[in-house]
Write a protein that binds this ligand. Structure first.
Ligand SMILES: *Cc1c(COP(=O)(O)O)cnc(C)c1O
Length: 263
């Protein structure tokens, strides 16, 4: 988890906006938007909120709003013509794509209706958020931490190494170093086709080097953690990786037992 405290104050000193990608975060762990002086936070629906994909809930403050409204050179709610765009050369060019200045006129007195809302998605968002709030945010966050502990205990018991600084590990994803001599893509394929479990690879400089195992939202549950550990162990043994058989699931069960989580 990117440590964000302190960055906001510096951004204010140098008049920069602090924009945070919280796609994998919201609904899984606390995002203290105001305390951390975050100007813009963009979330996702399909991860820890377990709502169908297709929307990006976001929040922004007046600093961000001032910036985005400065892009407009005509009255809010009116369409901007190409001529007007060219006339105001010093001003940043306003785009018609993801134009928040235009979008916020949906709920301003202008009641702009420029394109049709995906109403079924809004119903899905409402339902997902209702479920999250009825669980309770603190309970939801601690559920993510519990299943993270069970999963990581199991991974360590298998002799696997977690990737990244443990002090900043996010509860919702475990990054695992693909062991020497193991074909990470073959393991992912066997998990998917043999066990119906999909874990992610990585991209960029980490491509082929780590796996990413998500425990997010609805999928963050004991059955998934235990199945994944059992299936990963079987797959790794099949791929010739030597590990203490049976230890992973036992380690996870131990975590559940110690936390008083009933089977
Ligand atoms: C998944 C993820 C994304 C991509 O989100 P999409 O909605 O699939 O485009 C971006 N940022 C982070 C941190 C993510 O975890």
């Amino acid at each position: 988890m990117q440590p964000l405290g302190g960055i906001g104050a510096v951004c204010r000193e140098v008049d920069a906006l602090l924009v945070v990608d919280a796609v994998a975060t919201i609904g899984g762990t606390a995002v203290d938007t105001d305390a951390w002086l975050l100007d813009v936070v963009v979330g996702g629906t399909q991860k820890c909120l377990s709502i169908p994909s297709g929307m990006a809930p976001l929040t922004y403050n007046d600093r961000a709003e001032r910036k985005l409204l400065a892009r407009k050179r005509i009255e809010r709610g009116l369409r901007i013509s190409v001529e007007e765009d060219r006339a105001g050369q010093e001003a940043p060019i306003r785009s018609n794509y993801l134009d928040l200045g235009q979008l916020q006129d949906y709920w301003s007195p202008h009641r702009l209706n420029h394109h049709t809302e995906m109403t079924s998605m809004l119903y899905a968002l409402r339902e997902g958020v209702r479920i999250a709030l009825s669980e309770g945010l603190e309970a939801r966050f601690s559920r993510h931490r519990l299943h993270e502990s069970a999963l990581t205990a199991g991974l360590s018991a298998m002799g696997l190494e977690l990737f990244g600084d443990p002090a900043n590990k996010m509860p919702m994803v475990a990054c695992v170093v693909v062991p020497e001599g193991v074909d990470g893509e073959r393991v992912r394929g066997m998990l998917l086709h043999g066990f119906g479990i999909e874990i992610a690879g990585a991209f960029g400089p980490l491509k082929g080097k780590i796996w990413r195992i998500g425990t997010m939202g609805y999928s963050c549950r004991q059955t998934n953690v235990l199945h994944t550990l059992g299936a990963l162990e079987a797959t790794l043994l099949r791929c010739g990786f030597r590990l203490p058989a049976g230890e992973a699931v036992q380690a996870a069960l131990g975590v559940y037992e110690r936390s008083g989580f009933s089977c």
